[in-house]
Design a protein around this ligand. Structure first.
Ligand code: KIV
Length: 275
Protein backbone atom coordinates (compact mmCIF):
# COMPACT_ATOMS: atom_id res chain seq x y z
CA UNK A 1 0.00 0.00 0.00
CA UNK A 2 1.23 3.49 -0.86
CA UNK A 3 2.79 5.16 2.19
CA UNK A 4 1.91 8.77 2.84
CA UNK A 5 2.58 11.41 5.45
CA UNK A 6 -0.57 10.17 7.26
CA UNK A 7 0.90 6.64 7.40
CA UNK A 8 3.85 8.04 9.33
CA UNK A 9 1.62 9.91 11.77
CA UNK A 10 -0.45 6.74 12.32
CA UNK A 11 2.68 4.63 12.83
CA UNK A 12 3.91 6.98 15.57
CA UNK A 13 0.48 7.01 17.23
CA UNK A 14 0.35 3.20 17.17
CA UNK A 15 3.97 2.77 18.33
CA UNK A 16 4.99 1.04 15.07
CA UNK A 17 8.60 1.71 14.01
CA UNK A 18 9.31 3.41 10.68
CA UNK A 19 12.07 2.07 8.41
CA UNK A 20 13.86 4.39 6.00
CA UNK A 21 16.88 3.82 3.75
CA UNK A 22 18.74 6.16 1.45
CA UNK A 23 18.70 5.40 -2.25
CA UNK A 24 20.00 7.08 -5.40
CA UNK A 25 19.06 4.86 -8.38
CA UNK A 26 16.18 2.99 -10.04
CA UNK A 27 17.29 -0.65 -9.57
CA UNK A 28 18.09 -0.27 -5.87
CA UNK A 29 14.88 1.69 -5.32
CA UNK A 30 12.90 -1.26 -6.67
CA UNK A 31 14.66 -3.68 -4.31
CA UNK A 32 14.20 -1.45 -1.26
CA UNK A 33 10.54 -0.89 -2.10
CA UNK A 34 9.90 -4.60 -2.72
CA UNK A 35 11.51 -5.36 0.66
CA UNK A 36 8.77 -3.30 2.34
CA UNK A 37 10.88 -0.40 3.64
CA UNK A 38 8.52 2.46 4.52
CA UNK A 39 10.46 5.44 3.17
CA UNK A 40 13.28 6.11 0.75
CA UNK A 41 15.49 9.14 1.24
CA UNK A 42 17.36 10.46 -1.77
CA UNK A 43 19.99 11.91 0.52
CA UNK A 44 22.61 14.45 -0.42
CA UNK A 45 24.93 11.75 0.98
CA UNK A 46 24.99 10.85 -2.71
CA UNK A 47 27.83 13.38 -2.76
CA UNK A 48 29.91 10.91 -0.73
CA UNK A 49 28.72 7.47 -1.76
CA UNK A 50 27.86 8.04 -5.44
CA UNK A 51 29.96 10.99 -6.55
CA UNK A 52 33.02 10.44 -4.33
CA UNK A 53 33.18 13.94 -2.81
CA UNK A 54 34.65 14.28 0.71
CA UNK A 55 31.40 15.88 1.95
CA UNK A 56 27.92 16.91 0.77
CA UNK A 57 28.65 20.57 0.10
CA UNK A 58 29.23 20.33 -3.66
CA UNK A 59 25.95 18.52 -4.36
CA UNK A 60 23.66 20.53 -6.66
CA UNK A 61 19.92 20.78 -7.30
CA UNK A 62 20.55 19.08 -10.66
CA UNK A 63 22.26 16.14 -8.91
CA UNK A 64 19.27 15.74 -6.58
CA UNK A 65 16.79 15.97 -9.46
CA UNK A 66 18.71 13.46 -11.60
CA UNK A 67 18.88 10.83 -8.82
CA UNK A 68 15.52 11.70 -7.24
CA UNK A 69 13.63 11.11 -10.49
CA UNK A 70 15.36 7.73 -10.98
CA UNK A 71 14.38 6.62 -7.47
CA UNK A 72 10.76 7.74 -7.88
CA UNK A 73 10.56 5.64 -11.09
CA UNK A 74 11.63 2.56 -9.09
CA UNK A 75 9.33 2.97 -6.09
CA UNK A 76 5.72 1.83 -5.83
CA UNK A 77 4.77 1.96 -2.14
CA UNK A 78 7.48 3.72 -0.15
CA UNK A 79 7.32 7.44 0.58
CA UNK A 80 10.11 9.19 -1.33
CA UNK A 81 11.84 12.15 0.34
CA UNK A 82 14.45 14.19 -1.55
CA UNK A 83 17.13 16.21 0.25
CA UNK A 84 17.46 19.93 -0.43
CA UNK A 85 21.18 20.39 -1.15
CA UNK A 86 23.50 22.92 0.49
CA UNK A 87 22.66 26.52 -0.48
CA UNK A 88 19.33 25.63 -2.09
CA UNK A 89 17.35 27.00 0.91
CA UNK A 90 19.78 29.02 3.04
CA UNK A 91 19.64 32.31 1.11
CA UNK A 92 15.95 33.17 1.53
CA UNK A 93 12.48 31.80 2.23
CA UNK A 94 11.57 32.51 -1.39
CA UNK A 95 14.56 30.55 -2.69
CA UNK A 96 13.65 27.65 -0.36
CA UNK A 97 10.05 27.44 -1.61
CA UNK A 98 11.14 27.74 -5.24
CA UNK A 99 13.71 24.94 -4.95
CA UNK A 100 11.42 22.66 -2.91
CA UNK A 101 8.80 23.10 -5.64
CA UNK A 102 11.38 22.35 -8.33
CA UNK A 103 12.35 19.09 -6.58
CA UNK A 104 8.71 17.97 -6.39
CA UNK A 105 7.90 18.95 -9.99
CA UNK A 106 11.03 17.42 -11.55
CA UNK A 107 11.28 14.21 -9.49
CA UNK A 108 7.73 13.40 -8.42
CA UNK A 109 8.88 12.97 -4.80
CA UNK A 110 6.34 13.20 -1.96
CA UNK A 111 8.41 15.32 0.42
CA UNK A 112 11.66 17.22 0.86
CA UNK A 113 14.17 17.29 3.72
CA UNK A 114 16.33 20.16 4.89
CA UNK A 115 18.86 20.57 7.66
CA UNK A 116 18.52 22.87 10.67
CA UNK A 117 16.16 23.71 13.52
CA UNK A 118 14.90 27.09 14.69
CA UNK A 119 17.15 28.77 12.11
CA UNK A 120 15.21 27.21 9.20
CA UNK A 121 11.72 27.16 10.78
CA UNK A 122 10.55 30.01 8.53
CA UNK A 123 11.64 28.02 5.44
CA UNK A 124 9.89 24.88 6.69
CA UNK A 125 6.67 26.82 7.36
CA UNK A 126 6.70 28.44 3.90
CA UNK A 127 7.38 25.13 2.09
CA UNK A 128 4.63 23.37 4.08
CA UNK A 129 2.27 26.28 3.29
CA UNK A 130 3.03 25.68 -0.39
CA UNK A 131 1.64 22.16 0.04
CA UNK A 132 4.95 20.30 0.21
CA UNK A 133 5.56 17.97 3.18
CA UNK A 134 8.88 18.59 4.94
CA UNK A 135 11.20 16.38 6.98
CA UNK A 136 13.48 18.29 9.37
CA UNK A 137 17.03 17.19 10.22
CA UNK A 138 18.86 18.16 13.43
CA UNK A 139 21.81 16.96 15.49
CA UNK A 140 24.77 16.35 13.22
CA UNK A 141 23.86 18.27 10.09
CA UNK A 142 26.52 17.37 7.49
CA UNK A 143 25.95 20.53 5.41
CA UNK A 144 27.31 22.48 8.42
CA UNK A 145 30.39 20.25 8.81
CA UNK A 146 32.73 23.25 8.66
CA UNK A 147 30.79 25.16 11.31
CA UNK A 148 30.50 22.06 13.54
CA UNK A 149 34.23 21.34 13.25
CA UNK A 150 33.76 17.81 11.93
CA UNK A 151 31.36 14.87 12.09
CA UNK A 152 30.75 14.76 15.85
CA UNK A 153 27.98 13.59 18.19
CA UNK A 154 25.73 16.58 19.02
CA UNK A 155 23.79 17.46 22.18
CA UNK A 156 26.20 16.00 24.73
CA UNK A 157 26.14 18.90 27.21
CA UNK A 158 23.10 20.54 28.80
CA UNK A 159 23.14 23.69 26.66
CA UNK A 160 23.39 21.70 23.42
CA UNK A 161 20.71 19.25 24.59
CA UNK A 162 18.29 22.09 25.40
CA UNK A 163 18.99 23.66 22.00
CA UNK A 164 18.23 20.37 20.23
CA UNK A 165 14.92 20.08 22.11
CA UNK A 166 14.04 23.67 21.08
CA UNK A 167 15.02 22.90 17.49
CA UNK A 168 12.78 19.82 17.42
CA UNK A 169 9.86 21.84 18.84
CA UNK A 170 10.45 24.64 16.33
CA UNK A 171 10.36 22.17 13.42
CA UNK A 172 7.22 20.53 14.75
CA UNK A 173 5.55 23.95 15.15
CA UNK A 174 6.62 24.95 11.65
CA UNK A 175 4.79 21.92 10.24
CA UNK A 176 7.54 19.35 9.60
CA UNK A 177 5.89 15.90 9.49
CA UNK A 178 9.02 14.03 10.65
CA UNK A 179 12.42 14.90 12.08
CA UNK A 180 15.73 13.13 11.43
CA UNK A 181 17.96 13.02 14.53
CA UNK A 182 21.56 12.35 13.50
CA UNK A 183 24.33 11.44 15.94
CA UNK A 184 22.50 12.37 19.12
CA UNK A 185 22.99 10.51 22.44
CA UNK A 186 20.35 7.78 22.69
CA UNK A 187 18.71 9.02 25.95
CA UNK A 188 18.36 12.56 24.55
CA UNK A 189 16.93 11.26 21.26
CA UNK A 190 14.43 9.15 23.22
CA UNK A 191 13.47 12.21 25.31
CA UNK A 192 12.95 14.35 22.20
CA UNK A 193 10.97 11.55 20.54
CA UNK A 194 8.58 11.34 23.47
CA UNK A 195 8.13 15.14 23.63
CA UNK A 196 7.20 15.83 20.00
CA UNK A 197 4.07 14.63 18.22
CA UNK A 198 5.78 13.99 14.89
CA UNK A 199 7.88 10.85 14.28
CA UNK A 200 11.63 11.05 14.78
CA UNK A 201 13.87 9.05 12.46
CA UNK A 202 17.23 8.28 14.03
CA UNK A 203 20.65 7.69 12.54
CA UNK A 204 23.18 7.16 15.30
CA UNK A 205 20.49 8.23 17.78
CA UNK A 206 19.60 4.96 19.50
CA UNK A 207 16.52 2.76 19.64
CA UNK A 208 14.22 5.32 21.29
CA UNK A 209 13.47 7.08 17.99
CA UNK A 210 10.23 6.36 16.15
CA UNK A 211 12.13 5.07 13.14
CA UNK A 212 15.61 4.50 11.76
CA UNK A 213 17.46 5.49 8.62
CA UNK A 214 20.77 4.23 7.23
CA UNK A 215 22.76 4.94 4.11
CA UNK A 216 22.27 1.76 2.10
CA UNK A 217 25.90 1.51 1.00
CA UNK A 218 26.89 1.52 4.69
CA UNK A 219 24.49 -1.23 5.73
CA UNK A 220 25.46 -3.43 2.76
CA UNK A 221 29.21 -3.01 3.25
CA UNK A 222 29.59 -1.21 -0.08
CA UNK A 223 31.28 1.96 1.21
CA UNK A 224 34.31 1.98 3.47
CA UNK A 225 35.65 5.57 3.29
CA UNK A 226 33.93 6.18 6.64
CA UNK A 227 32.78 3.55 9.18
CA UNK A 228 30.50 5.24 11.71
CA UNK A 229 29.98 3.40 15.02
CA UNK A 230 26.20 3.37 14.54
CA UNK A 231 26.23 1.44 11.26
CA UNK A 232 25.27 -2.22 11.34
CA UNK A 233 26.32 -4.19 8.28
CA UNK A 234 23.31 -6.32 7.36
CA UNK A 235 25.34 -7.87 4.51
CA UNK A 236 28.89 -7.78 3.16
CA UNK A 237 28.03 -7.18 -0.48
CA UNK A 238 31.21 -5.17 -1.08
CA UNK A 239 33.31 -8.30 -0.64
CA UNK A 240 30.83 -10.34 -2.71
CA UNK A 241 31.02 -7.77 -5.53
CA UNK A 242 34.83 -7.68 -5.42
CA UNK A 243 34.91 -11.50 -5.76
CA UNK A 244 32.39 -11.43 -8.63
CA UNK A 245 34.38 -8.74 -10.50
CA UNK A 246 37.57 -10.78 -10.06
CA UNK A 247 35.82 -13.96 -11.30
CA UNK A 248 34.58 -12.06 -14.38
CA UNK A 249 38.06 -10.70 -15.06
CA UNK A 250 39.51 -14.22 -14.84
CA UNK A 251 36.78 -15.79 -17.03
CA UNK A 252 37.27 -13.16 -19.76
CA UNK A 253 41.03 -13.59 -19.69
CA UNK A 254 41.05 -17.40 -19.69
CA UNK A 255 38.38 -17.52 -22.44
CA UNK A 256 35.68 -19.33 -20.41
CA UNK A 257 33.29 -16.37 -20.70
CA UNK A 258 31.13 -16.28 -22.74
CA UNK A 259 30.32 -19.95 -23.34
CA UNK A 260 28.05 -21.36 -26.05
CA UNK A 261 24.82 -20.92 -24.11
CA UNK A 262 25.72 -17.27 -23.56
CA UNK A 263 26.24 -16.66 -27.31
CA UNK A 264 23.88 -16.17 -30.28
CA UNK A 265 23.77 -18.62 -33.20
CA UNK A 266 23.18 -18.10 -36.92
CA UNK A 267 22.63 -20.39 -39.90
CA UNK A 268 25.94 -21.95 -41.04
CA UNK A 269 24.99 -21.09 -44.66
CA UNK A 270 25.11 -17.39 -43.83
CA UNK A 271 28.71 -17.74 -42.75
CA UNK A 272 29.69 -19.94 -45.70
CA UNK A 273 28.58 -17.23 -48.13
CA UNK A 274 31.01 -14.81 -46.43
CA UNK A 275 34.04 -16.98 -47.42
O1 KIV B 1 21.91 12.56 3.13
C1 KIV B 1 21.60 11.61 3.87
O2 KIV B 1 21.83 10.43 3.57
C2 KIV B 1 20.96 11.92 5.13
C3 KIV B 1 20.81 10.81 6.12
C4 KIV B 1 22.11 10.53 6.74
C5 KIV B 1 19.76 11.07 7.11
O3 KIV B 1 20.60 13.03 5.37
Amino acid sequence: MKKTVSTFQAMKAEGRKISMLTCYDYSTARLIDEAGVDAVLVGDSLGNVILGYPDTLAVTMDDMIHHGAAVVRGVRDALVVVDMPFMSYQVSVKQAVKNAGRLVKKTGCAAVKLEGGENVADRVRAIVDAGIPVVGHIGLTPQSVNALGGYKVQGRDEKAAVKLMHDARALEKAGAFAIVLECVPAPLAAFISSHVCVPTIGIGAGAGCDGQVLVYQDMLGLYSDMKPKFVRRFAELGEGMRQAFAAYDKAVKDGTFPNESESFKCDAAVLERLY
